[in-house]
Design a protein around this ligand. Structure first.
Ligand SMILES: Cc1ncc(COP(=O)(O)O)c(C=O)c1O
Length: 317
């Protein structure tokens, strides 16, 4: 029975529901929330970490490693402990460490390094080769699995709505999540399951994200930012970066879908997370609420048709 449940359980299946109170509060229509916060460790990362841990075991590894701002690490640590392998989780030491207790509770080894996130990804890449660990960090040799994991968000939305939405809004950090979602919609379009692909609304921090920067300036090729110019804060940690590891894929997806990429400041993210708490009784991370803020920026005063799926990637505390 246990094995059956494990095999049958889809790697996601989070609720999708109409956010009627938010529609009223913001004078928008047809707003649907896809609440990834209801996943086991509270973020969309569960969709990929579960797949990676399974694959690491199948490939005979006894340790899985990841460089993370925290959410991905908590998820990898959880699934590794559930499935019985060791996890090594590395985070920048100057990050808030909001999820460190959970990472320790899962029995993972936590490495804190005085490095920027992007440099930590390179460090873990080298260390994983040296130590024979399975590296599931964004941009690693195993990262093609991520697309499979995040495509499931698109499949679920279409199954839950019964059709394709006109817009999908999603927060951007490395761009992995939005790129995977777009790939899912494209596959369904090609197979004839849906007859249109949603326009993407990418949201990120206004304090440094290459996808927003490149889209805003009309670049087709993703531009890295000057490391010294990004500003990391407690609020924007999941989104801020000078190098987006799946930035090119995300940028391509945004252009192809005739979408947008919008930078949101910390105050605005916090404001929208409070609005979601007050209006819909949902705790979401401010970084996740950026997707609603960007939706509002784009669609207020616009007479749009069709549904809008807003991906709320993580629950708040
Ligand atoms: C809660 C949450 N939302 C969004 C993102 C950004 O996702 P991606 O890096 O796939 O663009 C992250 C990344 O860590 C996250 O933790």
């Amino acid at each position: 029975m246990e094995q059956l449940l494990e095999e049958e359980k889809p790697p996601g299946l989070t609720p999708l529901f109409r956010a009627v109170n938010i529609e009223k509060a913001l004078s928008l229509k047809n707003i649907f929330f896809k609440y990834e916060g209801s996943s086991l460790t509270g973020t969309q990362k569960d969709r990929i970490s579960r797949l990676h841990v399974k694959r690491a075991i199948q490939m005979g590894y006894d340790t899985i490693s990841v460089a993370t701002c925290g959410n991905y690490g908590a998820s990898v640590a959880y699934f590794a402990s559930q499935m019985g392998i060791r996890a090594v989780v590395a985070t920048p030491s100057f990050y808030t460490g909001a999820r460190n207790d959970e990472i320790y509770d899962s029995g993972a080894t936590l490495i804190k390094k005085d490095m920027k996130y992007e440099d930590l990804v390179d460090y873990i890449k080298d260390k994983s080769v040296e130590e024979n660990w399975y590296d599931c960090s964004p941009g690693s040799i195993n990262s093609w699995v991520d697309s499979m994991g995040y495509e499931s968000i698109a499949y679920e939305i279409v199954n839950q709505m019964g059709h394709s939405p006109a817009y999908v809004a999603c927060p951007l950090g490395n761009g992995t999540t939005i790129a995977g979602i777009y790939s899912g919609f494209k596959k369904m379009y090609r197979s004839g399951k849906i007859n249109s692909i949603p326009r993407l609304i990418g949201s990120s921090t206004s304090l440094g994200n290459p996808i927003v920067y490149s889209w805003k300036h009309g670049y087709r090729k993703i531009q890295e930012l000057e490391p010294a110019r990004i500003v990391e804060t407690e609020v924007n940690e999941p989104l801020v970066s000078f190098r987006s590891l799946d930035g090119q894929k995300a940028l391509n997806a945004i252009y192809e879908s005739r979408g947008v990429a919008i930078g949101i400041n910390d105050q605005e993210m916090v404001k929208f997370s409070r609005l979601i708490a007050n209006m819909q009784s949902l705790q979401v991370l401010p970084a996740s609420a950026s997707a609603l803020s960007a939706t509002y920026r784009l669609l207020r005063n616009r007479n749009y048709n069709g549904d809008v799926a807003v991906i709320l990637t993580g629950r708040g505390h």
